[in-house]
Design a protein around this ligand. Structure first.
Ligand code: M6R
Length: 359
């Protein structure tokens, strides 16, 4: 049931605070990350993590690659499952093969898991559905505890996947001695703040409802960000195109001058992610270049930015990952409200199914 919300997607955005809390539950001690479901020997002899997924789960995998390399200091690669299947990839035994799937049934992702098993790689699935095909097949499993997700546009599953990856990167960091104990302790206290960061404020939702009317007609959207905010930009663009049918692309901010900026004009809307704690000055100058070429800019940041046509202020946070989660909610609500104004069926977007179990 929708519990008074207009759409399941809206309800699921509001549920993120408690499902993220569920995902953290029992997995944080004062000084370490606990994954009782994992055998510590899973990481023995592993020198690379390969992540494979589709759609939103692919975006969470891409986010994870920044965390694994930064904190666990382990080489990490990310693959789109439908590509990986057919390109005769090199499967090396020192690779941990990780599939990510809300449903656990996506055909392409499931097939890559079978390939990894056949190549005798160690396998791990991050999944939201217990007893799904991937959970049954993988050697190890971490469940995301997002609860049933009905909206075709994935929201709370993504939030819980990224939460798991943040925890897993610290868990592996401890095994590999790649982070100081005090740093891990600091991250644990930041993780405890995530349920608060993803809580929807009425004020923010009202602001986005009003703002959405300015972003209905144009010839497209750029979502831009740097570092882990690049996968978040991809996810923001995917959310918007799935339910609004408007053309949207996610880019790394630094790629603009390599081609895309040629499209800049007032009818080109740029949704700019400007986190205070991750490459702020660099990102800011990329946005200024777009502004100078007359793109209409909507900036999301905790720091005031006077070059933007619209400015969405998020809370001041002490860490970029908390900014990540705050911005994630803004992007989800923005897509939702634009879609509502366009009169679309938010939960059942055209041409899409919740689970893609055929090729
Ligand atoms: O169930 P999965 O996570 O494997 O699904 C993967 C994609 O089909 C899914 O994330 C899709 O992109 C969503 N509609 C995104 O909102």
């Amino acid at each position: 049931q929708k519990d008074g919300f207009r759409f399941f997607m809206e309800k699921e955005i509001y549920e993120q605070s408690h499902v993220v809390a569920d995902t953290l539950m029992g997995r944080l001690s004062d000084s370490e990350i606990i994954f009782d479901e994992l055998d510590k020997s899973l990481f023995d002899g592993i020198n690379e993590i390969k992540l494979c997924a589709c759609g939103t789960s692919y975006h969470s995998a891409l986010s994870a690659s920044y965390l694994f390399e930064r904190y666990s200091k382990i080489r990490t690669s990310v693959e789109v499952a439908s590509e990986f299947r057919y390109r005769n990839p090199i499967m090396s035994k020192d690779t941990l093969f990780v599939v990510i799937s809300q449903s656990g049934e996506t055909a392409d992702t499931l097939e890559t898991l079978k390939m990894a098993k056949e190549a005798k790689l160690k396998t791990l699935v991050i999944c939201n559905v217990d007893n799904s095909s991937m959970v049954r097949l993988a050697d190890s499993c971490i469940l995301t505890r997002a609860g049933i997700e009905k909206g075709v546009a994935s929201t709370k599953a993504f939030a819980t996947q990224v939460t798991i990856f943040w925890m897993l990167s610290l868990y592996v960091a401890k095994l590999r001695n790649s982070m100081k104990k005090e740093e891990i302790i600091k991250h644990i206290s930041l993780l405890r703040e995530v349920p608060g960061s993803v809580k929807v404020s009425d004020e923010m939702h009202e602001r986005l409802k009003r703002l959405s009317k300015r972003y209905l007609h144009g010839h497209g959207f750029f979502f831009i960000g740097r570092d882990i905010f690049y996968p978040l930009a991809l996810e923001g663009a995917l959310k918007l195109k799935e339910i609004s049918y408007l053309h949207a692309e996610g880019y790394p901010s630094g790629e603009m001058k390599h081609g895309p900026i040629a499209l800049a004009d007032p009818e080109l809307f740029t949704i700019a992610l400007l986190p205070e704690h991750m490459l702020y000055e660099k990102s800011r100058s990329n946005v200024e270049e777009l502004s100078a070429r007359d793109s209409t800019i909507c900036a999301i940041s905790s720091l005031e930015f006077d070059k933007a046509d619209d400015f969405i202020k998020i809370k001041n946070s002490s860490h970029y990952m908390l900014e990540f989660f705050e911005m994630m909610v803004v992007l989800q609500l923005l897509a939702l409200e634009i879609s509502v104004r366009l009169g679309n069926d938010v939960d059942m977007p055209r041409n899409l199914a919740k689970s893609v179990t055929v090729e």
